[in-house]
Design a protein around this ligand. Structure first.
Ligand SMILES: *[C@@H]1O[C@H](CO)[C@@H](O)[C@H](O)[C@H]1NC(C)=O
Ligand SMILES: *[C@@H]1O[C@H](CO)[C@@H](O)[C@H](O)[C@H]1NC(C)=O
Ligand SMILES: *[C@@H]1O[C@H](CO)[C@@H](O)[C@H](O)[C@H]1NC(C)=O
Ligand SMILES: *[C@@H]1O[C@H](CO)[C@@H](O)[C@H](O)[C@H]1NC(C)=O
Ligand SMILES: *[C@@H]1O[C@H](CO)[C@@H](O)[C@H](O)[C@H]1NC(C)=O
Ligand SMILES: *[C@@H]1O[C@H](CO)[C@@H](O)[C@H](O)[C@H]1NC(C)=O
Length: 934
């Protein structure tokens, strides 16, 4: 049975260490976490409720003490509860849906875990960093010991030993991708689960652990928790996560443009750590991989892994899902490692995003930066095809239902209801960083209070800010605003803003969502925020009254694309609009709330985590088998003996043969490497049998083709990628144009102007004029790389600005072809066939074709292969042979490995069969008939 590897930076499990002296009660027999087992309930929140009550719900009649002081009291007690809550053995835990990742080793607050020995953090300044490196080098040569030159290193020895004799237990991790963990666990409990293996790190620095200990841990996790542990050095992890992921990738993916003076994206010294960690993941999977396994890579921490695995396992089934937003190409191109990152992702068979918008951004970025061919659902990466799709992640309603039954929830609900009776309660819980827009939210709220005085003593905003690490500046700004609101609008009886600088427990959170009158999310950029999903389910009242409260949601979140108009969508930069949205929410009628809630609830129940995971796995499987089927090594060679048999018994045969790369190996502009004479002779021989109809298709203009094939009078021609047709047997210049020439002239005028702009900027480039297309050629450019990048911009420019013309710009080799979308070789072939059938009705004595052979090599020949295969499958034509001459993926049913000359040999053999087998009288009369018809 095949397994599914699920790669994510953090495993859903981590390790807690205990002193062997004061031994903890032995941990319960390890069981896998299931949703059912949640019913055994965690005791979080229950014991300390009374203490908390005093602080969370401050007595409004008490004299106002300075804000900060009150908060401190609160947190002193709050932390206690938090620890109780988070320290749960791995077999009975609720995992939060929002990604809970904070700094590496942050979990050390709750668990006893080693500290990082990574040494000094790379400094914000590249010169400082170089200095530190030098010191490290010196101390290494001096002591022959890998240790950073800081105070910690002297204590290193004792620290290491201190973990030697400790016992340890497996715990549920508090950092990592909760949405992913819950979605995968939902598939397990829905019974459709697959045999999964998590692959990830333990989430804390492990240099301090001895190898034996590491082995023990990874063995236990592998045998009992379906987890493969990836060990990296503290230094690699630190550079990878704290540096490259957090200060470069995360900001850029959320539109924090690196042009910003404070940006650190110009530093690429952490790139090698990023690569090292990605390589460690790839190596782990490669060493455990069995044929048939599925590899599913998650998130921006591991962008390079698909490519690294692909290079070792060319046939593996690899999927990649990005859990964050993907920025527009204008932003992504700022990354110095942009090409490597894209190539890494393109190692997958399927690359998936949260929304259509992100998928489009990715496609456009590939088209632009890699100058590769891109369609609406995929990218041509070298010889391979990579499908690109989107599928929003969701939550597991069953798990949410259980979370609502946790002890403490009901009690909290009652208390909150009592405390905020008669108030309109807006709730929010965000990580305090630059992308979540907490500052913008508070400013909008302030504006609301100012603009609508009638609501001042009615509305309360509770803002929970979950992480305040590293953002002192932002915290200071936000605290300022909060103090200002407090001092201007608070009265003895009413405090409109409650700003909690730390996280709350799950029961508190669930209670807050249940009693709220509105949820407010103002992220400036965010992938999928799952809080609205949880809010909708909490508001879907069971025992407590149904509230069906509205959601105010930033249009820059992936969630906004899922929920559409069931939410009040706002632009968080527009404070006035946001303030008005709060007013709309307060005034909203019950019927309106009901309408919006029902829509949102249906969406939450439809787009669940389970649905997400199953769909992706299904799609990956489908895509992989498509790719594998089309992989030329899996496609049989053309069987000549069989082909000759079919040929002999056929009375009416059609050949459709591609020219460039198929009949003639393609050597750029006009130089064909195969002697044209051989092609001409072969075609004439074939055509000498009147049962044969031959078409040659090409990218060239009608005039070019006419002069190339003037010695083959009977041959049918398809020019300019299907825009022109010269029928079999027609006279030399009897061309049929499929395009509307007037419209073509119009768009060409505009596009020529764009092309000229680029041609002037790329030395050695030229514009080629064809009847129905324009080509920007840069193969003679002096600086090919620069030209390629200009060409990418040019194609992008045309795709974007010439929407109304129904044209597109496609990279073909070292050129950009601009042509109409509506005509292809496929449409031309369909046309030939229908004309032929019409004629067959009219011309006495001719039968329907019973033999069709199509040969091609390019991607645009695929449409004809598909068309021909379908005619064969439906039995319209008795014998259909599709032949692919080349190495890329194809849906043709056979291949020829010797390329062009192989194909010519086959055609020559067929031609010989035909002259031998044909009655001479028949031959001459047929020849005469054709000529006189033409
Ligand atoms: C440190 O040593 C490594 C090789 O051991 C070398 O590649 C690197 O350039 C050195 N760095 C500095 C700053 O001297
Ligand atoms: C760990 O245990 C071994 C043997 O039981 C003992 O020799 C060693 O001193 C202990 N180490 C520490 C740091 O306690
Ligand atoms: C993958 O892409 C190909 C080419 O665009 C398309 O024909 C196919 O339907 C896609 N597969 C899936 C499962 O979407
Ligand atoms: C291109 O091919 C055509 C047809 O054979 C020929 O007439 C023409 O001279 C060629 N042009 C060049 C530049 O070789
Ligand atoms: C333009 O569109 C075509 C087809 O839709 C696509 O193949 C090409 O990659 C696009 N180019 C850019 C730069 O977006
Ligand atoms: C020809 O038409 C097909 C189908 O629309 C398209 O994919 C291809 O890029 C076009 N151009 C060339 C040069 O093949």
């Amino acid at each position: 049975m095949s397994s599914t590897f699920i790669l994510s930076l953090f495993l859903p499990y981590t390790i807690d260490f205990h002193d062997s002296g004061r031994e903890r009660p032995p941990s319960p027999p390890p069981r896998r976490p299931t949703v059912q087992r949640l019913q055994s309930k965690l005791a979080s929140g229950a014991g300390t409720t009374a203490d908390l009550k005093a602080s969370l719900f401050e007595d409004p009649t008490a004299p106002q003490s300075p804000l900060e002081q009150k908060r401190e009291e609160f947190f002193a007690q709050f932390n206690l509860e938090r620890q109780n809550h988070f320290k749960q053995p791995a077999d009975r835990s609720v995992v939060r849906n929002d990604a809970f990742s904070s700094d590496f080793g942050a979990a050390a607050q709750y668990f006893n875990q080693p500290k990082s020995r990574a040494g000094p953090l790379p400094s914000g300044n590249i010169l400082d960093y170089a200095k530190i490196q030098e010191q490290v080098n010196q101390s290494q040569t001096a002591s022959r010991k890998v240790s950073p030159p800081n105070a910690k290193s002297s204590r290193k020895g004792s620290h290491e030993r201190s973990f030697e004799n400790k016992t340890w237990t497996v715990e549920t991790a508090i950092q990592g991708n909760g949405g992913l963990t819950n979605a995968i666990q939902a598939t397990a409990s829905s019974g459709t689960g697959f045999d999964k293996i998590w692959v990830g790190t333990l989430g804390f620095p492990t240099d301090a652990l001895l190898d034996d200990r590491k082995n023990e841990i990874s063995e236990k996790l592998e045998s009992e928790y379906e987890s493969l542990t990836v060990f990296c050095t503290d230094r690699d992890l630190d550079g990878h996560y704290t540096h490259f992921c957090k200060t470069i990738l995360w900001p850029v993916f959320h539109y924090q443009i690196p042009d910003h003076p404070k940006s650190k994206a110009y530093e690429d010294h952490s790139w090698k750590f990023y690569k090292a960690v990605n390589q460690a993941f790839a190596d782990k999977v490669i060493s455990s991989y069995k044929r048939g396994d599925i590899i599913w890579v998650n998130d921006y921490h591991l962008l390079l892994v698909p490519g690294m695995i692909r290079s070792k396992l060319p046939d593996a089934q690899i999927g990649f899902f990005l859990h964050t937003a993907f920025p527009s190409s204008e932003v992504f191109r700022c990354l110095s490692a942009r090409k490597e990152l894209l190539d890494g992702m393109l190692g997958a068979n399927l690359v998936a995003f949260q929304t259509r918008e992100y998928a489009n951004h990715f496609l456009q970025t590939c088209a632009r930066l890699l100058t590769v061919e891109v369609t609406g659902d995929g990218v041509a990466s070298g010889e391979r095809w990579v499908n690109v799709t989107h599928q929003p992640i969701g939550i597991d309603p069953a798990a949410m239902k259980l979370a609502r039954e946790l002890p403490g929830v009901d009690e909290w609900i009652l208390q909150l209801q009592e405390r905020y009776k008669g108030k309109f309660l807006i709730v929010a819980r965000d990580q305090l960083d630059h992308v979540r827009g907490v500052r913008q939210k508070l400013l909008a709220f302030e504006l609301f209070l100012n603009k609508y005085p009638q609501y001042r003593d009615k509305v309360v905003l509770i803002q929970v800010a979950t992480s305040t690490t590293e953002n002192g500046e932002l915290l200071a700004t936000v605290s300022d605003i909060s103090t200002r609101i407090d001092s201007v609008y608070s009265t003895l009886a009413h405090q409109p803003l409650v700003f909690l600088k730390q996280d709350i427990s799950i029961p508190q959170y669930v209670a807050l969502l249940t009693v709220a009158d509105c949820l407010m999310i103002t992220s400036l950029r965010e992938g999928m925020n799952l809080t609205p999903h949880e809010f909708v389910l909490c508001q879907d009242g069971t025992a407590s009254e149904k509230k069906h409260a509205p959601i105010i949601l930033s249009e820059f979140t992936g969630s906004a694309m899922v929920f559409g108009d069931s939410c009040l969508q706002i632009n968080p930069w527009d404070y006035k609009q946001t303030a008005d949205a709060i007013k709309t929410a307060v005034d909203m009628s019950e019927a309106e709330k009901e309408r919006r809630h029902n829509k949102a609830r249906n969406l939450v129940h439809h787009y669940t985590g389970n649905y997400w995971a199953e769909n992706l796995v299904k799609e990956l499987d489908k895509v992989h088998s498509e790719h594998y089927r089309r992989d030329t090594s899996a496609i049989p060679r053309l069987n000549l003996a069989q082909l000759i048999d079919k040929y002999k018994t056929a009375d009416r045969r059609i050949f459709i043969l591609d020219y460039e790369g198929t009949l003639a190996s393609f050597g750029g502009d006009n130089t064909t490497l195969t002697p044209l004479q051989r092609v001409i002779d072969t075609l004439n021989e074939l055509l000498s049998d009147r049962r044969n109809i031959v078409y040659v298709m090409s990218l060239r203009t009608p005039e070019d083709l006419q002069s190339l094939f003037h010695k083959v009078p009977l041959v049918g021609l398809i020019a300019e990628n299907g825009s022109f047709l010269r029928e079999y047997g027609a006279s030399q210049d009897e061309w049929i144009a499929f395009t509307d020439l007037e419209a073509t002239t119009k768009w060409k005028k505009d596009v020529r102007r764009v092309l000229q702009y680029y041609a002037e900027r790329v030395e050695g480039s030229s514009i080629e004029e064809r009847h129905c297309s324009l080509v920007f050629r840069y193969e003679k450019a002096e600086d090919i790389e620069a030209a390629r990048s200009q060409a990418g911009d040019c194609a992008n420019h045309i795709n974007d600005s010439c929407d109304m013309y129904d044209i597109h710009a496609v990279p073909v080799g070292k050129s950009i072809l601009v042509e109409s979308v509506s005509f292809s070789k496929g449409t031309a072939a369909t046309n030939i066939f229908s004309r032929l059938r019409e004629k067959n009705v009219n011309v006495k004595g001719l039968k329907n074709p019973d033999f069709l052979m199509v040969a091609g090599d390019d991607r645009e020949d695929e449409t004809i292969f598909e068309w021909a295969n379908e005619l064969g499958d439906k039995g319209v034509i008795r014998d259909v042979t599709t032949v692919h001459v080349g190495k890329r993926n194809t849906c043709a049913k056979t291949t020829i490995t010797q390329g062009t000359s192989g194909l010519l040999t086959v055609l020559e053999k067929l031609a010989k069969v035909s002259t031998e087998g044909v009655d001479a009288a028949d031959y001459f009369s047929g020849r005469k008939a054709s000529i006189s018809a033409g």
